[in-house]
Each structure stands twice: as C-alpha cells, then as structure tokens.
Design a protein around this ligand. Structure first.
Ligand SMILES: CCCCCCC[C@@H](O)CC(=O)SCCNC(=O)CCNC(=O)[C@H](O)C(C)(C)COP(=O)(O)OP(=O)(O)OC[C@H]1O[C@@H](n2cnc3c(N)ncnc32)[C@H](O)[C@@H]1OP(=O)(O)O
Length: 315
C-alpha cells in the first residue's frame, strides 16, 4: 500500500456486531448461470472437447443447463448493491483497500438453473489484526417456494489499514461459528496427484463482474493503482471458480453435483490474463488444492473441497 492515500477508518465493534441485515429476495435464471460459467473460464480451454458446454447450453435433449456449485458464491452479492458492508453502522473504512480474504461454502442440494432465493445474513466474525480488520459475513440462502436451505456462504473480508480499533489486549476478536468449519490448510510436501492448467483472459474480470460484483478494483485502472496494484485484478471468487472447475474435471469426472463444501484462502492477487495452475491432492473425500499463477510462480489460492461420499471410491 506504499504511498497510497488511505482514508481514515473507524470501527465500533459493539455497533457492528449488533447490526441486523434485512432479509433479501432475488431471482436468477439460465442466462445468469451461463454468464457466470463463462466468467470463470468454462468452455475456454476445453472448447474443443465440449465437456463444459452443459453449463451454457441445453445438451442431449436436457430441458435445463447444469449449474456449477461455485455459482452459489454470487448469492451474498444479491443482498444489497455491493458487499453489504457499506450499510453497516460502526464500520467506516476505505473501500479501495478491501480484499477478499477467504471463502467457505456449503452446498446442500444441486443448484437449480433458475430459482427465487431468500438470503439471511449475519456477521459471523470481527477481528482486529492491527494493520487490518477482518470481518466475516455468513449468508444462508433458501429456496423461496419450499423454504429449504440451498447453500451457505461465509465470506471473509480483509480491510487493509482499518485495524487497531481495539481498546483491549489481546486485540478484539469475535467469531460465532463452529471452529471445525474453517481451518488452516497445509499443502502436502509430495507431488500433487493431479495438475490442471487453465488460462484466464485479459478481459476475464470485465466478463466476471457482469455476474454481480462490480467492485471497481477489478475494472478501473485508477482505483486499482490507488489500491496498490499496477492494474485491475481478478475477483477472488473468479480464481476460486477456476480451481473448483479443475477439481470437477480432474477428480469428479465432470460431475458438478459431487461437491459438498468448498474452502479457499486468497493468498495473492491475480492479474486477468495470467495462467492458473491448480494442483490437487485427494485425501478421502477431501481434496486439498492450491492454485498458482504460472507467470509469477506463486500460489494465489489454497484450500480444500469436500466431495460427496460416493466419490470416495474413485479417489
Ligand atoms: C459479501 C461478499 C464479500 C466478499 C467481498 C469481495 C469483493 C471482491 O470484489 C474483492 C476481491 O475479489 S479482492 C481479490 C481477491 N483477494 C486477493 O487478491 C487477496 C490476496 N491476498 C493478499 O493480498 C494477502 O494475503 C492479504 C493482504 C489478504 C494479507 O496479507 P498480509 O497483510 O501480509 O497478512 P499477514 O501479515 O500474513 O497476516 C495478518 C493477519 O491476517 C490473517 N490473514 C492473512 N491473510 C489472510 C486471508 N487471505 N484471509 C483471512 N485472514 C488472513 C493472518 O492469519 C494474520 O492473522 P494472525 O496474526 O492472527 O495470524
């Protein structure tokens, strides 16, 4: 962030944690599903074998297109215009310095290709890290018609330069979710069982943003520079989409409904146009993975995906 003009932040933990988000309702259809799939690179490298056409096109007489599990990561963005954090009293920060830190998702049933959804959002965590504040939002999404829970997203947002609000020692830290849900991932020392290389396009972030995350960090060169990057960066959830697509292709034989839960920590920004190499280590029904930026030989994302038990025999 050297030399950047950071606006002062002001965080009142009591006010932030007492905030109640209004319930939000939205609908999506097959156009949204297909647009998302293209946004995370589906039908790019494999345009020739056509294995991902099912995410954008009715194939084999199917009356609906298939939905990638990470499509559910868009749902929290439907609660309000952006991340929803702008509306939280007691949370004043410079939005240019916001980065996506982690994402955890649970998928309770195959995602329909069109649906009306109701979101319930709570603040699941708030942590003073000194140089940064971390805030965690948990969004549970229900099918409006039946009331069934469809998926849950926990989004960890890293607010650079907004820490140091604690008046206590140790610094303020609050979390209200089971500790086993999100954890540190250690990457095995052995060679990965699978490696999948994919290319993001220079226009990838401009395409991905049409799915609903219009943060100018991904499209406006001036904002990106003010945030400390040489040019606009890729959405973290776009990189996560590439990683989970790689796992579905290499390990799930293309069965996108095999995914039960997903965790990823964003370690490094990705520039649109860079090559993403996902390395995978199956461990029972869990697949540990990391996605590297080939051009810079550095890991940008690491995490795990838990698959449904029927996948265990093929791992
Ligand atoms: C509702 C929807 C909400 C979602 C909104 C998303 C909107 C999007 O438009 C925004 C984006 O997509 S941004 C693009 C994707 N994200 C990135 O590129 C970030 C990449 N990561 C980084 O730059 C650094 O890891 C960085 C900067 C994150 C951290 O690096 P450092 O400052 O060097 O941190 P470090 O000193 O190592 O650690 C400090 C404390 O923070 C914890 N931590 C570190 N990385 C974290 C991460 N990625 N996620 C969560 N926590 C993280 C560390 O554990 C440490 O805490 P402690 O001292 O207690 O161990």
């Amino acid at each position: 962030m050297g030399g950047s003009d950071l606006t002062l932040s002001l965080i009142d933990p009591k006010l932030v944690l007492s905030h109640k988000f209004p319930e939000a309702e939205f609908s999506y259809d097959e156009r949204d599903v297909a647009m998302y799939a293209l946004g995370i690179g589906a039908c790019g490298s494999d345009a020739v074998d056509g294995k991902e056409l099912k995410y954008v096109h009715h194939i084999d007489g199917q009356s609906y297109i298939k939905v990638l599990p990470t499509f559910a990561a868009l749902f929290p963005f439907k609660t309000s215009k952006g991340t929803g954090l702008d509306d939280v009293p007691g949370l004043e920060f410079d939005p240019r310095f916001l980065l996506h830190g982690q994402q955890y998702m649970e998928i309770y049933m195959p995602l329909p290709s069109n649906c009306c959804i109701e979101n319930k959002v709570v603040i699941a965590g708030l942590h003073d890290k000194g140089k940064a504040t971390i805030i965690e939002l948990e969004t549970t999404s229900y099918i409006k018609e039946s009331g069934e829970a469809l998926c849950m997203n926990r989004s960890t947002v890293y607010l650079r330069g907004a820490g140091g609000f604690s008046k206590s020692s140790p610094p303020f830290s609050y979390a209200n979710y089971p500790v086993n849900q999100v954890s540190h991932v250690s990457i095995p020392k052995c060679n990965p069982a699978f490696v999948y290389e994919d290319h993001s396009q220079p226009s990838q972030a401009l395409l991905y943003r049409l799915s609903g995350d219009y943060n100018p960090l991904h499209s406006d060169p001036m904002i990106a520079q003010a945030a400390g990057f040489s040019r606009p960066i890729l959405h973290g959830l776009c990189t996560l989409g590439y990683a989970v697509r790689a796992i579905i292709k290499c390990i799930c034989s293309g069965d996108e409904t095999a995914v039960k839960s997903i965790f990823g920590r964003f370690l490094l920004h990705v520039y649109p146009g860079e090559t993403l190499v996902t390395e995978m280590w199956p461990q029972g029904t869990k697949v540990v993975y990391q996605t590297k930026v080939k051009e810079r030989s550095r890991a940008a994302l690491s995490g795990y995906v838990v698959l449904k038990p029927y996948m265990a025999s093929s791992l």
